[in-house]
Design a protein around this ligand. Sequence first.
Ligand code: NDP
Length: 288
Amino acid sequence: MTARIIDGKALSDSIKADVAQRVEALRGRGIVPGLAVVLVGGDPASQVYVRNKAAACEKAGLHSQVIRLDADITQQQLLDVVQQLNQDPAVHGILVQLPLPKHLDSAQVIEAIAADKDVDGFHVSNAGLLMTGRPLFQPCTPYGIMKMLESEGVDLWGAEAVVVGASNIVGKPMAMLMLAKGATVTLCNSKTRDLGAQTRRADVLVVATGKPDMITGDMIKPGAVVIDVGINRKADGKLTGDVEFASASKVAGAITPVPGGVGPMTIAMLLVNTIEAAERAAQAQAAP
Ligand code: NDP
């Protein structure tokens, strides 16, 4: 058996085209949706991500500004920048690219972002709203994965879903979103005993660990839907996921490639969250 490849690039293109139409409609009302991306220091991977996000914004007609700050900026200076963006009516979405240099307290910085401009969905109040089933912004990566599962016609109701990796930005919100759709969710971490015994139960398996090729074909239930979030750079410069594609694709029913799977969807959902933030702001302004 060879798994169907889930084309995140094609799906993200159609989502971005939809966003572009919504941007056009807002522009027709004199509102230019705007995203501010704050980049601290010169981490090469972060620079690439920020460049890709800004380019996707411009292509969809959203205004984006990248605020580049020196790596030795103080916590207070960074908080002041966030505060200015909170108050700027031309900025509808704010994103602080992680990871921040070690001397900065990223939790405090994220909490300083106005919750209604937190398009990454990382603010504690947005995490809490998601947890309690009333999301304002869904974190972009798990949100994009839900869109992929939806487009594949995957029915999560009563399904066994296993998430490997329990970070605040991917694993935990992923588990919550699938739970909300009726899945029985198992959330694994580095302490999980006999990981294969967990993953082999999964109808839907989402892997986000940052450990290259750690999930092999023998750890996958035949016919399962496998979503590989990992982005790891190999010695030869090529990208690989957290799932060993060659063996996994022989067992899975459907699988995301790396690159071209989850990555493009994450950016598309950032645009969705930003246009939603701008539409909400426009609605609030129009309300008597
Ligand atoms: P983190 O490092 O924050 O979290 C990794 C998680 O994986 C932790 O919960 C950790 O467990 C768990 N883990 C690590 N090793 C194992 C193991 N051997 N078995 C089981 N669980 C394990 O990573 P992120 O969630 O931020 O990112 C994960 C990957 O996804 C990275 O490769 C990252 O580059 C990629 N990524 C891709 C995105 C995209 O758009 N495609 C977006 C965001 C991330 P513990 O809690 O015990 O430490």
